[in-house]
Ligand binder design. Structure first.
Ligand SMILES: Nc1ncnc2c1ncn2[C@@H]1O[C@H](COP(=O)(O)OP(=O)(O)O)[C@@H](O)[C@H]1O
Ligand SMILES: [Mg+2]
Length: 383
């Protein structure tokens, strides 16, 4: 498999392209863009080498809550410092007030893009990713941090020698610091609101009044593995309140209903990670990893072909249920989302749906919704 770089379409009015930052990084192009930030590829002008520069939208520089979360994002990446976390170089602020983070440039594609372009992964490839995700999360949790936003777009796949996947966790934008790690951090005003990406949020994450710990990430691992194997989230619905209700009460779906080639033992690990009550999940990622190590990956019988009749990337759902707003991070303390260009709106074709989702979220949890532009994806192809 060749991993091709995910490139958002050029943004005609992006004045950053060609800009020199710190007198040494020339901005080449955008490689990821959301309502809160844009990630650019930049070349070092004096030395060989590339970096990724994540800039917080200028309009958000005056939102203290958002700026503090951006700082925390950088702090988390710097604190963890693991081979499975995108390496942070430094942070800064441009003359116009824009905050930015300089980090290692990763050559590859995020899992969301890969799944959309290639279809669900084989059981063996998913299993290998699961192990790496456990290794990554062990470092995150040992540092006293819960990521809270594990989703395919925040899991990046680069390739090592021999074409093997190497996973890196991105985007600590809504991470939570616990215990010692939280000391000396400025207080955030909006701490009792639901944050996360709906399809991947654990039941206790939806109910912001409930305590949340690293086991919310274990739930998200289950949801990501389910998605990676089946091409669909474990729960879906036509409205956000219904989606959240399903996450809270519906029985955990069996991966094998859609992927009979996955071994029963592997499917059971995914199901246990998705348990409703944190205490019924694996106690920590070490336990989850140990459970994964022991399982046969596939059933003995031959794997079904990935033709359209077996595994579809997206189950046909009523239009609203496929709302990609549920794949975007919800966060509080934000001023209205940065305007999206008409061209982008047209490309998404979802402005109305996004607005509807925002209203539902606001009504449901009295919290603001962060509208992100979904990663630009090619037409999903099923292998
Ligand atoms: N260091 C990097 N190297 C290459 N691509 C990256 C890097 N960081 C982010 N990206 C790409 O940009 C996208 C958005 O980055 P992310 O940090 O998740 O921003 P956001 O907070 O807007 O979601 C990612 O899904 C990924 O495709
Ligand atoms: Mg992200």
């Amino acid at each position: 498999m060749t991993v091709e770089r995910h490139r958002p379409p050029p943004h005609a009015r992006d004045r950053r392209i060609g800009q020199l930052i710190e007198g040494r990084y020339r901005i080449e192009r955008a490689i990821g863009r959301g309502s809160m930030s844009t990630v650019y590829l930049a070349e070092h002008v004096h030395l060989p080498g590339k970096v990724a520069i994540k800039t917080l939208h200028r309009s958000l520089s005056d939102a203290p809550e958002v700026v503090e979360r951006f700082r925390r994002e950088a702090r988390a990446a710097a604190t963890i410092g693991d081979a499975h976390i995108a390496r942070l170089s430094h942070t800064g602020q441009l003359e116009d007030g824009t905050y930015y983070i300089v980090m290692e440039y990763l050559d590859g594609a995020d899992l969301g893009w890969l799944l959309a372009s290639e279809g669900p992964f084989s059981s063996a490839r998913t299993h290998e990713l699961a192990l790496q995700l456990c290794d990554a999360l062990r470092a995150v949790h040992d540092a006293g941090i819960t990521h809270r936003d594990l989703k395919p777009e925040n899991l990046f796949i680069t390739q090592r020698h021999g074409g093997r996947d190497h996973l890196k966790i991105l985007d600590f934008g809504i991470c939570k610091f616990h215990g010692h790690a939280a000391q000396a951090l400025p207080r955030l005003t909006a701490t009792a609101v639901a944050m996360g990406t709906p399809h991947y949020m654990a039941p206790e994450q939806i109910d912001a009044s409930r305590a949340l710990d690293h086991r919310a990430d274990i739930y998200a691992v289950g949801a990501n593995l389910y998605f990676t194997l089946t091409g669909q989230p474990p729960f879906d619905a036509r409205s956000l309140p219904t989606l959240f209700q399903r996450i809270r009460v519906d029985p955990v779906p069996d991966v094998r209903a859609l992927r009979p080639d996955v071994s029963t033992a592997f499917a059971e690990v995914v199901a246990r990670a998705l348990a409703k009550r944190p205490e019924d999940r694996f106690a920590d990622v070490r336990q989850l990893r140990a459970a994964l190590i022991g399982v046969p990956v596939s059933e003995e019988r031959p794997r079904p072909s990935f033709g359209r009749s077996s595994v579809n990337m997206r189950r046909p759902l009523p239009p609203v249920a496929a709302d990609p707003a549920y794949e975007r991070t919800l966060m509080s303390g934000l001023p209205p989302a940065a305007p999206v260009s008409p061209r982008r709106q047209k490309r998404l074709g979802l402005a109305g749906i996004m607005l509807a989702a925002a209203v539902s979220v606001a009504a449901w949890a009295q919290c603001g919704a962060l509208h992100r532009e979904p990663a630009s994806r090619p037409t999903p192809a099923v292998r």
